[in-house]
Design a protein around this ligand. Sequence first.
Ligand SMILES: [Zn+2]
Ligand SMILES: [Zn+2]
Length: 304
Amino acid sequence: MASQQNKFVYTTERAASEGVTDHKKLPKLIETARNLAMAPIKAGAVGLASSGRVYLGANVDFEGLSIHAEQFIIANLALNSEPELTHLVVSDDGTVFRGPCDRCSLFLQEIDNAAQIEVLIKNVNEEDGSFKSLESHMPDKFGPDSILPAEVSLLMPRDNRLALFNHDSSRRICSNQKRCSHLKCMALKVALKAANKSYAPHTECPSGVALICEGDVYEGWCIETVACNLSLGPVQAALVDFLARGKGKGFDKITGAVLVEKKGAKVSQEDISTMLLKKIAAPNCDFSVFHCYELPKENTWDIM
Ligand SMILES: [Zn+2]
Ligand SMILES: [Zn+2]
């Protein structure tokens, strides 16, 4: 996951060299974030994680399936195994800073410490503005905590204990996946790993995707919110990884994709993934779907 030129993730060293180690300095990067937007509304977001790394997010429109700047950051935090977001600044014009919209608030609420995340509020006439906890934005009942057990939270490490059906994977790729060097076999492993990290506590339909582009593989997994129709699909999340690590390559350079999801999932990602890839990936993009099942709890042996 390491890369020198990740426009969306600033290491602690880079954050220090940009003078943004203190949360009050996060607005310094808002124009950089806004310039990464690929949508009619050039909104950007800058987040400080507990590790000291700084994450940028931007509005991106994937052919109608848009992702907001804050959602971008959340997906990127998850992709980078970042445990906690502490501060967030969001702006769509670079001068006014606001709290997250309803849709992004839903995503933020899936994070363990959501209520304590400090968000910058600054109107056009203010010099600096001030940080206020997300909780103070929402005086009403906060979070999905009444539905989910305490140990379930978006940025916590997770293993969904999913394994592929052997007959399925070997028939459709190659018979020696453990030792082969096929890019597609590697993508299948990545997609399964991604599905195992997927955050799907509301539907219990985890899924993972791997995208293949010029010899590299990008990963993403479904990230749910209480409002399931506003969840982030695995292809969208993988496109966040692609934008962050893909060195500016266009979506039309994506030539392969693998989706792993549960057999008979009541919320399947297959149709929407097919539709999205048809719109943005290379015309001959090779898209495969593999089905997995959940291992019984007592099994701890190798799942691939
Ligand atoms: Zn939003
Ligand atoms: Zn192979």
